[in-house]
Write a protein that binds this ligand. Structure first.
Ligand code: KIV
Ligand code: NA
Length: 265
């Protein structure tokens, strides 16, 4: 396998090849995602929702993110593995931010980190990049700030917020971020930002005018079923499929159909 690197992502933007990115939080899923040639695996703090069942991404800890990331790293032979730094591990000061990023790199073996925000976290991003750790930015709907926004609705519809987002995007590129996620903002704004930057812009709910797409793998597979935003394309309905299979297993155990003669020693 030829490993995807931060360099290859920038080349993909230059040649116009769209970047595919998906989340994974564990070894078995990451194996499948990696074998399917997904370019970037994001160990998202969405694990807080999808895996741990919390309402927000705020509770997940740095130790928990490292556990998820190390499991994914063991599976990923080709994909670039990017790890979210969780809420509370980089906002207070840039030294703490660097310490958190270093722990992720050393203890999980991930290849890059992702942080949410712009001007507010500039010093932290700079310091992490200075240490040689690639940083992916994340603007627009930034779930770690959900209590500031109040809702998970589309961001940057108003001029002032759109202007700040454009400034933040430019700034993140200038200080050395290798890529940027834009979440749930108008497609036209996302396209404009992607066109104004040389680093790749990866969208979720940000339209097709960007350089790549990211989804939560459990959403794409239809394992989650209460989350139905417009931007989500479900490729399977695993919630129902898995429920049927597991229900069949229960029936087979109860009816003594399982195990049969050939399924025992
Ligand atoms: O945690 C996550 O899954 C993310 C993506 C939605 C970009 O940050
Ligand atoms: Na995230």
């Amino acid at each position: 396998y030829k490993r995807v690197t931060v360099k290859s992502l920038i080349e993909m933007k230059q040649t116009g090849e769209k970047i595919s990115m998906l989340t994974a939080y564990d070894y078995s899923m990451a194996k499948i995602v990696d074998a399917a040639q997904v370019d970037v695996i994001l160990v998202g703090d969405s694990a807080s929702n999808v895996i741990a069942g919390h309402e927000t991404t705020l509770p997940i800890t740095l130790d928990q993110m490292i556990y998820h990331a190390s499991s994914v790293v063991r599976a990923a032979k080709r994909a670039l593995v990017v790890v979210d730094i969780p809420f509370g591990s980089y906002q207070s000061d840039s030294k703490e931010a660097l310490r958190s990023a270093i722990r992720i790199m050393k203890e999980s073996g991930g290849h890059a980190v992702k942080v949410e925000g712009g001007e507010e976290i500039k010093d932290s991003v700079k310091r992490i990049i200075q240490a040689g750790i690639p940083v992916m930015g994340h603007l627009g709907l930034t779930p770690q700030s959900i209590y500031k926004f109040g809702t998970y609705t589309v961001r940057a519809k108003e001029e002032a917020e759109a202007e700040k987002l454009k400034r933040d995007a430019k700034m993140l590129e200038k200080i050395g971020c290798f890529a940027l996620v834009l979440e749930k903002i108008p497609a036209q704004l996302a396209e404009e930002v992607a066109a104004s930057l040389t680093i790749p812009v990866i969208g979720i709910g940000a339209g097709g005018g960007v350089d790549g797409q990211v989804l939560v793998v459990h959403d794409l597979l239809g394992m989650t079923h209460e989350f139905n935003p417009r931007f989500l394309r479900r490729y399977m309905n695993l919630y129902d499929e898995m429920g049927k299979a597991i229900g069949q297993y229960v029936d087979d155990v109860k009816s003594r159909d399982f195990p049969n003669e050939s399924e025992q020693y």
